[in-house]
Structures are given as C-alpha cells and as structure tokens.
Design a protein around this ligand. Structure first.
Ligand SMILES: *[C@@H]1O[C@H](CO)[C@@H](O)[C@H](O)[C@H]1NC(C)=O
Ligand SMILES: *[C@@H]1O[C@H](CO)[C@@H](O)[C@H](O)[C@H]1NC(C)=O
Ligand SMILES: *[C@@H]1O[C@H](CO)[C@@H](O)[C@H](O)[C@H]1NC(C)=O
Ligand SMILES: *[C@@H]1O[C@H](CO)[C@@H](O)[C@H](O)[C@H]1NC(C)=O
Ligand SMILES: *[C@@H]1O[C@H](CO)[C@@H](O)[C@H](O)[C@H]1NC(C)=O
Ligand SMILES: *[C@@H]1O[C@H](CO)[C@@H](O)[C@H](O)[C@H]1NC(C)=O
Ligand SMILES: *[C@@H]1O[C@H](CO)[C@@H](O)[C@H](O)[C@H]1NC(C)=O
Length: 394
C-alpha cells in the first residue's frame, strides 16, 4: 500500500498537475530543414590537390537518398500522429499545410515527406510560383536597413569572431586537404587558414555572411558531412582521413561557428526571423490548419530558436548544430481545462542517415525536448499555451 502511494505521489509531483493521460494532441506545427543535398559549393578544387568525389547533381539539390530519408521521417511522423489519435487515414487538404521555400531542395523534401506520410492522399505542397526568388517568409536577411541597426549586428558578429577559436579545427582541416600543395596556396598564397582573418559581410537584402577562413572551412566541411550522410565509401569522405569522433567534432565545430555567427544573434535574430515567426503565430492564433510543416533551411531553425529565446540544448548523435532533415515540432496539447505546449527537436542521427535506417515507433529518430526561457516547462516538457502565446511580439 505504502509503496503504491509513493509512486502515485511521485507521478503527481513530476507532472506538476498535468495529467498526461488525459492530454490530447490538438495542433502540430513543424519547422523543418530539407534533407541530404549535394554540397552547396561546387568550386572546391582550389583548396586541395586531391580529387573531390563526384555527385550526380548540381550544387544544393536534394539527392535521391535525401528523398528516401525524408520519406522515412514522413512515415515516422505519420505513425506518431496516428498513435496520438491525431490523424487517421487521409487528412483533408484544409487540415494540412505543407509549405516550402522556393529552392528545389526544400520543395523536393516537402514532396518526399508528403508522398510517404500522406501516401495517395492528394495533399499538395505549397510554394511561391516564382522559383527564381527566395520566398520572403524563409529569407533570413536583415530587414531593418538603418545604419544604426546594421552597425549593432556588425559589432555583435565582430565580437563573436574575436571570441571564437577554431585553431585546432583549421589545423586538422588543412592537414586533410594537404593545403600546401593546393592552388589556393601555390597561386593565391593562402597556405594557413589560421593566418587569415574571418570578416563580417553585411549587405542590404542579403543574409548575414562571412568571408575568409570560416567561409572556406564551412563550405569544405559541408561537403565532407554530406558525402558521409550520402553513404559514400569512406575513402570518398575526406579521402578516408576522418576516422575518429574527435576529428568529426573538430570539423563540426566549424559548421557550428558559421551558424552561430551568422544567425544566432541577440541583436538580429528577431528581425531576421520576423516574417517566419509571424507566419507561425498566425497559424497558432487561427487554430488552423491542424497540421503544418514549413520546409526551409538551417538558418531558419537557428534564427527562430534564437529569436524565441530557447534555453541552450544538446543534440546527441549528430555532428551538425541543426541536423539535416531535422524538425522543430511545436505540439499543442489540450485537456478539459487547459492548453499546453511541448516542443521537441526530432532529427535523424548520423548513423540513421548514413545507414539509411528505416524509422518507426520502435526505432524512432532522436527526440529532444526543448525549453523556452519565456514558458516555464515542467519535467514532462509541457508549458502553458497562454504563456507561449505571450511570446508573440510580432
Ligand atoms: C548516381 O546515380 C547512380 C545511378 O542512379 C547511382 O547508382 C549512384 O549511387 C549515384 N551516386 C550518387 C553519389 O548519388
Ligand atoms: C486533388 O486536390 C485538388 C485541390 O487540392 C483538386 O483540385 C483535385 O481534384 C484533387 N484530385 C483528386 C483525384 O481528388
Ligand atoms: C531599425 O533599427 C533601429 C535601430 O535599432 C530602430 O530604432 C528602428 O526602430 C528599427 N526600425 C524598425 C522598422 O524596426
Ligand atoms: C585556441 O585554442 C587552443 C587549443 O585548442 C589554445 O592552444 C590556444 O591558446 C587558443 N587560442 C586563443 C587565442 O585563445
Ligand atoms: C557569402 O560570402 C561568400 C564569400 O565572400 C560568397 O562567396 C557567398 O556567395 C556569400 N553567401 C551568401 C549566402 O551571401
Ligand atoms: C585514418 O585512416 C587512414 C587511411 O584510411 C590512415 O592513413 C590514418 O592513419 C588513419 N588515422 C587515424 C588517426 O587512425
Ligand atoms: C546561441 O547563442 C547562445 C548565447 O547567446 C548560446 O548559449 C547558444 O548555445 C547558441 N546556440 C547554438 C545552437 O549554438
């Protein structure tokens, strides 16, 4: 008797009054990054005397494997929704919004998700008609064009450059590249990334950007990471020269700093992510559609997370700060008296990507509960929906 009573009390204390059993999933909004693509930069020859692996497509396109992997995510998400009693069979188009940026990789990712999650359901992927321009909802640019604002962002980025230390990462990277035998060294005299300076690049109507070693390093590491996810033989992933977790961490640190410096900005993220966050809160306020997925880029997830002020978090079993195919899943739960928010980062692990592991409820992608500074979360990851809605300052 005493034992049972204690267990019962524990449940009450842990859940702080939220009776999980009676909660019902009511609305879901996913902010997703596209899946595995070809490297963004296809002019990497000058950085190494070695041959780069061949890709079947031009730069920045979703690969066939990327579409397959996104299908696995789609199937998993549908199984989860079905298991929650949220959805059954084919949803109606009015209950579902699948909305992608105008890049081929985001549209193709959204289509791969739909083809698997809502197979034969006639759910259409929405995007702007003009595919030659970045959709303004997803475009992570600085919108405030005043010089004062620009200077504030520039100062913050400059301070972050001063603070960052990529010495070990660059040393390891240029060893792998054999940079002293590359054109960049022989004809352009850039033989040591540690001897060059990363600079802030801020142009009106463009993404916050950097030039110099961080830009170069990030483009090269992106190519390594994508070839690893794509499942290329290890001799085609950084020429077989990355064989330890420590080395991957050194490489990933370059991607992390690139993202951190450009989009995780106290002074800028609210401006940069403004249109996207406004769009998201409109969906929450309308209580419709029931299920939405917005497919963009790592810069979108990063700036939204920064602008809404999440507590720091770790994503185990991943190299990337905002993993490929990863999804920020906003979940509204209701019971008879209240409404709650839970946010999880749902993403495939590096092994799940490389091995093309089929995902299901028994073999799920990684799920990490995130917390907002402005929405006090209980130990089960729930915070009050009304507190969350107060964060809508747009
Ligand atoms: C390129 O396409 C061929 C044929 O479809 C396929 O066998 C191969 O795996 C692809 N390679 C890459 C790197 O995607
Ligand atoms: C599919 O949906 C579109 C509108 O979303 C509709 O015009 C079309 O008739 C539907 N097709 C089928 C086969 O139901
Ligand atoms: C742009 O930034 C400046 C400086 O921070 C600020 O005073 C101004 O209100 C901003 N404009 C808009 C439209 O947000
Ligand atoms: C950067 O980190 C390395 C260790 O990785 C350390 O030896 C070096 O002193 C650091 N440089 C600065 C400027 O802090
Ligand atoms: C960022 O700057 C680099 C180097 O200056 C340039 O090549 C690249 O196109 C820029 N990227 C974006 C997204 O503006
Ligand atoms: C990694 O593998 C390569 C050959 O594939 C080998 O030459 C190198 O010594 C290995 N490095 C480490 C740290 O094991
Ligand atoms: C964003 O910056 C904050 C500090 O301003 C830091 O605590 C957080 O870890 C950064 N987020 C990521 C994903 O790097």
């Amino acid at each position: 008797m005493a034992g049972k009573l204690i267990v019962f009390l524990c449940v009450i204390v842990i859940s702080q009054g939220v009776d999980i059993g009676s909660l019902k999933l009511d609305q879901v909004l996913i902010l997703s990054r596209h899946n595995v693509r070809t490297p963004l930069m296809d002019t990497l020859e000058k950085y190494t005397p070695k041959q780069w692996p061949k890709w079947n497509d031009t730069s920045g396109m979703l690969t066939e494997k990327g579409a397959l992997l996104e299908g696995y995510m789609g199937k998993y998400i549908y199984d989860w929704l079905d298991n929650e009693g949220f959805m059954e069979g084919c949803p109606e188009q009015k209950d579902v919004l699948i909305y992608a940026n105008t890049k081929a990789r985001t549209i193709d990712t959204a289509q791969a998700f739909v083809d698997s999650a809502f197979k034969n359901c006639n759910i259409t992927v929405r995007h702007l008609d003009d595919l030659t321009v970045f959709d303004p909802i997803f475009f992570p640019i600085v919108h405030n064009t005043t010089e004062v604002f620009r200077n504030k962002i520039s100062e913050e980025m400059t301070a972050l450059i001063k603070k960052m230390n990529l010495t070990e990462s660059y040393t390891e990277l240029q060893k792998i590249l054999q940079i002293q035998d590359a054109d960049i060294c022989k004809s352009l005299y850039l033989c040591d990334l540690n001897a060059a300076q990363t600079e802030v690049v801020l142009e009106v109507g463009e993404e916050p950007n950097v030039s110099g070693p961080l830009f170069i390093g990030n483009a090269i590491v992106d190519s390594f990471i994508m070839s690893y996810y794509e499942g290329m033989p290890l001799e085609d992933v950084a020429w077989g020269l990355i064989n330890t977790t420590e080395q991957w961490e050194l490489m990933a640190k370059i991607s992390k700093e690139n993202q951190n410096l450009r989009f995780n900005l106290t002074s800028g993220a609210k401006d940069i992510a403004g249109p996207l966050i406004k769009y998201m809160f409109n969906i929450f306020e309308d209580k419709s559609p029931k299920f939405s997925m917005l497919v963009g880029h790592d810069s979108n997830l990063n700036s939204v997370i920064s602008a809404l002020e999440f507590k720091p978090f770790e994503l185990p079993e991943q190299f990337e700060p905002f993993p490929i195919g990863g999804k920020l899943v906003f979940q509204k739960f209701v019971d008879s008296t209240n409404q709650y928010l839970k946010i999880e980062y749902v993403y495939p692990s590096t092994n799940q990507l490389r091995n093309a592991e089929v995902l299901c409820l028994a073999h799920p992608p990684k799920r990490v509960v995130l917390e907002l500074k402005g929405c006090k979360t209980d130990s089960n990851g729930f915070c009050l929906w009304s507190d969350f809605m107060k964060l809508n300052v747009y």
